[in-house]
Design a protein around this ligand. Structure first.
Ligand code: AMP
Ligand code: ZN
Length: 492
């Protein structure tokens, strides 16, 4: 399968460091606030990449950090009169909660910067020993960019050209404007840890590199993040690894395109952002996932609520199709027939869809193409259900429903038909009253009510039929008359 390696600006055949295994790392958030849906797009992209690699049979180990000490956290804490640790704890918890709500699998390893100080200090000491880093009077430690011969390989930048635009900030006493801080001496009131260079805290570029080395070993297979991290963050991470351990940090560097609003990158600093929480409070996670996955992960993605509304309909159609297939299979199992040409044709579409899904995903995780394949199976299934009426094949219906569920599931989209479970318990009382039902199972009660209504209609007892319909309607349900019979669904 092909993976786009942004280091080389091209797709490459995926050849893992160890056969059958993938070690991957995606830079996590700085926990000073709720994340926005731009951040979520990046995390979703790598969630789907991870899920697909697992689906392909790779043993995937996935690590993601939490940057829980940083200027932004300290500033937020000062504004709110709280400690940086309190702010970081609140938004680490919030991040984990929203990621789970969004259907993102937990990482196997979730290191936090504040818990990894020893590993970072060990790496910094090694860089100083090898002449790639230096301590200044203030107690800051800087990485010497010019000492690293491979600097620029990840982002394709030339050190001499970078030099032109670089300048030294007033409060820094580094030797070269390109150098970056590995360790920052503590300022009054800031969280700090003891170190050989005095009390201080790590620089942002230090943590991922030390954590990757400690938890995954270098080089890893895939290192990911948003395109805005390629330079300087990933370049700086790569430089530290190649100088500290004389090995590349990662084989494949993968970067996601930016989520945009009105053509502009969504970011906290521009103020044009929606938090993932506020979007998930209003829309199902599966709809948001579908919307994002309809664009290839490397392309910019234009977000709008109008598009999201449209995708909501697509999700409902997908779920409806799977529900109808399962329901039709259930109904037809009593009068099963031999497989006919129509059944066989739909079964063939299901097989072709599975193949096409793999082809698209093997091509640098083309989720847009993979979804298009699922949608064409959905269309074929709906045509089949319309045409076949009650004369469907149980096995083909189930196979198609399973194929849609499984492939959508690889993208983390849940289309499972839960119609029976969604039915309200009040149906039992209604069925006792209108249909003489004596049990306590809502799905059976629904069947009994529908049968009673059908009987009333057959004997032209419109008053009874309407009373049953109205009572069902009062529970937020509607009766759907399909070719294979009537059933209940939630009102649109
Ligand atoms: P940060 O907390 O700013 O380091 O961001 C966490 C992750 O979200 C990083 O991988 C960023 O590259 C990514 N990111 C930030 N803004 C966007 C955006 N508008 N679209 C996609 N990814 C983004
Ligand atoms: Zn990182």
């Amino acid at each position: 399968m092909l993976v786009y390696n942004s280091q080389y600006h091209k797709k490459q055949e995926l050849e893992t460091v160890e056969p059958g295994k993938i070690r991957m790392y995606v830079c996590g958030p700085t926990v000073y606030d709720q994340i926005h849906i731009g951040n979520a797009r990046t995390f979703l992209s790598f969630d789907v990449i991870r899920r697909y690699l697992m689906f392909k049979g790779y043993e995937v180990t996935f690590a993601q950090n939490l940057t829980d000490v940083d200027d932004k956290i300290i500033n937020r804490a000062n504004e709110q009169g709280r400690t940086a640790a309190e702010v970081a704890q609140e938004f680490s918890d919030a991040f984990i909660e929203q990621m789970r709500r969004f259907g993102i699998l937990d990482p196997d390893i979730r290191p936090r910067a504040t818990q990894e100080i020893a590993a970072m200090q060990e790496m910094i000491l090694s860089l100083i020993d090898q002449g790639n880093a230096y301590v200044v009077d203030s107690g800051d430690v800087y990485f010497s960019v010019r000492s690293c011969h491979s600097y620029g390989v990840v982002s394709g930048r030339d050190v001499d050209q970078l030099q032109v635009g670089a300048r030294i900030e007033e409060n820094e006493d580094k030797r070269d404007p390109l150098d970056f801080a590995l360790w920052k001496a503590a300022k009054p009131g800031e969280p700090s840890w003891d170190s050989p260079w005095g009390p201080g805290r790590p620089g942002w570029h230090t943590e991922c590199c030390a954590m990757i080395h400690r938890y995954l070993g270098t080089p890893i297979d895939i290192h990911g993040g948003g395109a805005d991290l390629q330079f300087p963050h990933h370049e700086n991470e790569s430089a530290q690894a190649s100088c500290a351990w004389h090995a590349p940090l990662a084989k494949y560097w993968m970067h996601t395109g930016m989520l945009q609003v009105d053509g502009e990158k969504m970011s906290k600093s521009l103020g044009n952002f929606y938090t993932l929480k506020e979007v998930l409070d209003k829309y199902p996670a599966d709809a948001v996932r579908l919307l994002m996955l309809q664009t290839h992960y490397r392309s910019p993605l234009d977000f709008s609520f109008q598009r999201l509304e449209g995708v909501l309909g697509t999700l409902q159609r997908l779920q409806g199709t799977v529900r109808n297939l399962r329901w039709a299979a259930d109904k037809s199992s009593a009068n099963a027939h031999d497989i006919n040409d129509r059944d066989r044709a739909l079964g063939d579409v299901a097989d072709a869809t599975r193949t096409e899904f793999g082809v698209q995903m093997d091509d640098d995780f083309n989720t847009a193409g993979a979804l298009a394949a699922i949608f064409s199976l959905m269309t074929a299934a709906n045509t089949y259900l319309d045409e076949a009426g009650a004369d469907v094949s149980t096995s083909v219906c189930l196979r198609v429903a399973d194929t849609i569920s499984e492939l959508a599931g690889v993208l983390g989209v849940d289309v499972a038909a839960k119609a029976g479970e969604e039915l309200p318990a009040e149906l039992v009382g209604l069925a006792a009253e209108h249909a003489g039902y004596a049990g306590d199972v809502p799905s059976e009660a629904a069947e009994a009510l529908l049968a009673a209504r059908q009987q009333a209609r057959a004997s032209k007892d419109w008053a009874t039929a309407d009373a049953i319909r109205d009572a069902i309607g009062a529970l937020g349900l509607a009766i759907e008359d399909t070719a294979a019979g009537a059933r209940l669904k939630k009102k649109d």
